[in-house]
Design a protein around this ligand. Sequence first.
Ligand code: CA
Length: 238
Amino acid sequence: MRLLLIEDDDRIAGPLTEGLGRYGFTVDHVRTGAAGLAGTAGSPDLVLLDLGLPDMDGLDVCRGLRAGSAVPIIMITARGDEADRIVGLELGADDYLAKPFGVRELVARIRAVTRRTSGALPFPAPAQPAGVAQSPAAQTLGALEISRRTRQVHLKGTEIPLTPREFDLLAYLAEDPGTVYSRQQIMDTVWDPHFFGPTKTLDAHVAALRRKLGDPAWVTTARGVGFRLTTPAAEAHE
Ligand code: CA
């Protein structure tokens, strides 16, 4: 899989290119927005886009990429500004990751975005086939709809307000419903790579998710292992 990395800071791009290489990704690295826009001519499978670039605003690069291509885009940003992220997602980025982050977390995001967008249709997307949720990035599980693009969760059509971490936890478990994710896997991906220490915060977030989703059966405990996302029986028949 070929990635186009648009990042001016070599201290970030260097280790990232090397780290991604260990996971089997080929990385083409460019340092400016203009080179990034030109770089899509090489038909990358996914673009990693830094927002703080020397020659143009990363959001404009995102807009430019999206104008001519359906290539998946993950924004990587040191900007803490929530508004930038939301604008980026509205401009068509598929996900974002705030610096600092671990390679493992980035790889998890790349895989998730690729899974969502694989079989993606040529841009612009034609009409949705019947039975597919309106947002191309939305995932439907029973009465639950998860839109990673807008980071919104709806249950029976009603938006469920989740904290960013609760959303990340739900989205991660939803990557493969029914699969048990170990506590360590969840901590590594949703919190920090190589997280170690007490994982009580995970239980607190699971409890919050269960409460907000109104049915503890959404998140099942695999005793001594971890958690999995399941569609409660009551929902499955609706
Ligand atoms: Ca930068």
